[in-house]
Write a protein that binds this ligand. Sequence first.
Ligand code: F6R
Ligand code: MG
Ligand code: MG
Length: 381
Amino acid sequence: MGKVTISAIKADIGGFVGHSAVHPEMIETAEGRVRDAIANGLLIDGKVNSCGDDVNLVLTHEHGVDGERVHEFAWDTFMACTEVAKRLHLYGAGQDLLADSFSGNIRGAGPGVAELEIEERPSEPFVVFAADKTEPGAWNLPLYKMFADPFNTAGLVIDPSMHDGFTFEVHDLFESRSAMFDAPEELYDLLVYIGTPSRFVIKHVFRKGGNEPAAVTSTQRLALIAGRYVGKDDPIMIVRAQSGLPAIGEVLEPFAYPHLVAGWMRGSHHGPLMPCSLEANTPARFDGPPRVTGMGFQLANGRLVGPRDMLGDISFDRARATALEVTDYMRRMGPFEPERLPMDEMEYTTMPAVSEKLAGRWTPIDALTPVTLATESADVE
Ligand code: F6R
Ligand code: MG
Ligand code: MG
């Protein structure tokens, strides 16, 4: 067969209960539509899952990246799930469908999209990671570890086909521009940017000198599209593994450390990214903590064998316990930074509306009557 495209597309189209999970009827609706699309030949295969309050579709097909018919299918599927959400009065029905109607591409319309067009290898293992209550930059640190850190990925040292390193494509979401960095030569340059995950996000990782991606992420930020707060962006990514790419265990290894990410309650707090099983991935405490699931697949002539629950394994139990400890620690700071996001990030939440109300309370310091100063000088005499 020719090239196959893997599309991972997700959207928050209604929560059960609040922003915590999706309703089983939404999953059934999406699965029914996927079955139809396989039967009518649009898709080779497709799986429906969820992470928190986001429905995610993993689809394989031959329509390439940005394939209009596949994007339209995903849009229509999310619309159908939205109808279920409306009927059941689920919370925030249709939340991520920002456009009024489909107009050729689902990118920029609200849902998150990560797509790869590949020549299927004789054996093609890959993992689709889905996160809830965080933003696309949450993938920066794990991707850096997988593809650039020899303390995480032994293959960078040991495997001759990985020893030359990888190339990172970074997007600047504020200025809408893109740059490439080679690792390991330009590691320090790369880190100048990806250490600011609210703005700079890794879009692709490539094998050195090649243009077939090893990893791809969704990079949409809803607030930047809509110009107002519409919830966090809850990203998704696809990472291929083995045979000259990081081994599955090297791809999973970064999630043994629940690093701090932005998101959580009201998209306004820092919390640990907790690895979760596919069964137990529903935010609860303080609408979180932020979480990630890993769906492992093998491709067989474009067919999806899986998913297997990669982060549900007991080897991540300690990471879950650490995440809960960090949760206790962070929560005690309540509304203070750095538990609450810094002021400039709050610009993308609902807080500007509150600050606006309080604007009249402020007086320039220079215009203050020097009452205190006068009293102090009187005391000295
Ligand atoms: C975070 C998130 C939730 C909501 C919170 C308030 O990404 O989705 O924490 O922000 O539950 O939701 P509303 O404003 O819809 O009542
Ligand atoms: Mg939601
Ligand atoms: Mg969500």
